[in-house]
Design a protein around this ligand. Structure first.
Ligand code: UGA
Length: 448
């Protein structure tokens, strides 16, 4: 049997990574994006975002480079996509709707309505985008109405669990593959696509449509729950004089709880967790799942409160008055390390709040400067941690880059106005800083 031919629709974070990974697995891949610039960039082997290993992977497969497999090509022609693919992966984004909690399905709907009329031969359309439960059922009816191939064109749902910063690794070696299918043929095709990772041990979970959709949103909600749980415990620790870092370590020794995602601090951000939990809330409300809605709302509000708590911690540390005339150094702008993404970044949010309250804020981030400047041009920016800290009344550590853990507190102490550091990520070594003469404070930890 001839090898399957794969198309990928949407070449953002998810699509670009998925397309390159499919080529790496040996498939011929044709990727489409409606934005020409995105395609031109990928054709040059470049990515619009910082993602370790992705450019190398692209350059191994994008047609046109010397020595590449040439298995990955790009197009803007829907008819070419329809004619080429046996399996079409839909990887467009589903952002939060402006001014609402629900997610915006317009990119998914537009991708499917553009593709379906070109499905003239047997094909499997596989949704990977994160969508509200019930969407796959609706979209499958849309394909049935529009595809000339009739019943030979069908839909499956295959959510994606990749993490920014680990996108390549997570796509090539997923810790599970979940497929929502309605036919044996769809399952068989997806088993063929994922034969390599499954052969290497990735579990392959077959479900119906709603379960596949819910697996994705509930996985992200569970991660969010862990973070908000530990942040609630940080509040308890502060009230009672305990240490949340020790507490997380101790409860994490229980395998049923686990050590991961129990780092207290300014909370979760990024393009996924916050919007997914809100879209999940909106959907729970529509479906009348009131307990789920109430539960999720608390997770979200604990998370948002952490940012304000950090601002308060800074205010108190500076004497409790206004930020006017205070120089505040902010280390970190991205929503997490090893990424240049500042979408819904808690770090940038805290920096912004202090700036709006009159503080003189100077930000440094190893990879996120360009994006941070774009979304928040009125903040001050420095080219290094040392420059950001120069003359500062207080230093805020807000994204836990390795570079910040490796800073020399003694050297920074020479340039800071006051040796006061607030660790919003509980990721620095308090003893190291205290030994160098700094006052170290963090959320959920006792003041020494
Ligand atoms: C998240 C999920 O981890 C992925 O599995 C999922 O596929 C992805 O969303 C998605 O839906 O596309 P990502 O957004 O890359 O991945 O970020 P995470 O590593 O989950 O971190 C999210 C936020 O939680 C960050 O702001 C991080 O600083 C924060 N966090 C994480 C904490 O505050 N404490 C922790 O203990 C862990």
């Amino acid at each position: 049997m001839a090898a399957l031919r794969i198309t990928v629709i949407g070449t953002g974070y998810l699509g670009a990574t998925h397309a390159a990974a499919m080529a790496e697995l040996g498939f011929e891949v044709l990727a489409l994006d409606v934005v020409r610039e995105k395609i031109e960039m990928l054709e040059r082997g470049e990515t619009p975002m910082y993602e370790p290993g992705l450019e190398e992977l692209l350059r191994r497969h994008v047609a046109g480079f010397e020595g590449t497999t040439g298995r990955l090509r790009f197009t803007q022609d829907w008819a070419e996509v329809g004619a080429f693919g046996d399996v079409h992966f839909v990887c467009v984004n589903t952002p939060q709707k402006h001014g609402e909690y629900a997610c915006d399905m317009s990119y998914v709907e537009s991708a499917l309505s553009s593709l379906a009329p070109h499905l003239t031969r047997p094909a499997l359309v596989v949704g990977k985008s994160t969508v509200p439960v019930g969407s796959a059922d609706r979209l499958s009816r849309m394909i049935a109405e529009l595809a000339p191939a009739g019943a030979d064109a069908e839909l499956a749902w295959n959510p994606e669990f990749l993490r920014e910063g680990f996108a390549v690794q997570d796509t090539l070696h997923p810790d599970r593959i979940v497929v929502g299918v309605r036919s044996e043929r769809a399952e068989k095709l997806l088993r063929e696509v994922y034969a390599t990772p499954v052969g290497e041990g990735s579990p392959f979970v077959v479900t119906d449509f709603p379960t596949a959709e819910l697996v994705k949103t509930s996985a992200n909600s569970f991660l969010a729950t862990k973070i908000s749980f530990i942040n609630a415990m940080a509040e308890m620790c502060e009230a009672a004089g305990g240490d949340v870092v020790k507490l997380a370590e101790a409860i994490g020794h229980d395998d049923r709880i686990g050590k991961k995602f129990l780092r207290a601090g300014i909370g979760f951000g990024g393009g996924c967790l916050p919007k997914d939990i809100r879209a999940f809330m909106a959907r729970a409300g529509e479906l009348g799942a009131d307990q789920a809605l109430t539960f999720l709302r608390e997770i979200d509000s604990i998370n948002m409160r952490q940012r304000g708590q950090m601002v308060e911690l800074a205010r108190q540390a500076l004497g409790g008055g206004s930020f006017l005339g205070k120089r505040v150094a902010v280390l970190g702008a991205t929503f997490k390390p090893d990424s240049d993404d500042v979408r819904d970044s808690p770090a940038l949010n805290v920096a912004g709040q202090i700036h709006l309250q009159g503080g003189q804020v100077t930000v440094y981030d190893p990879k996120g400067m360009e994006n941070a400047r774009r979304v928040f041009p009125t903040l001050g920016y420095a080219d290094s941690a040392l420059e950001a800290v120069r003359g500062a009344d207080v230093v805020l550590h807000l994204t836990e880059w390795r570079e910040f853990r490796e800073l020399d507190p003694a050297r920074l102490g020479e340039v800071a106005k006051a040796r006061l550091i607030l660790d919003g990520r509980n990721a620095l070594d308090p003893e190291l800083w205290r030994k160098a003469g700094w006052t170290y404070r963090a959320m959920g930890r006792p003041t020494a």
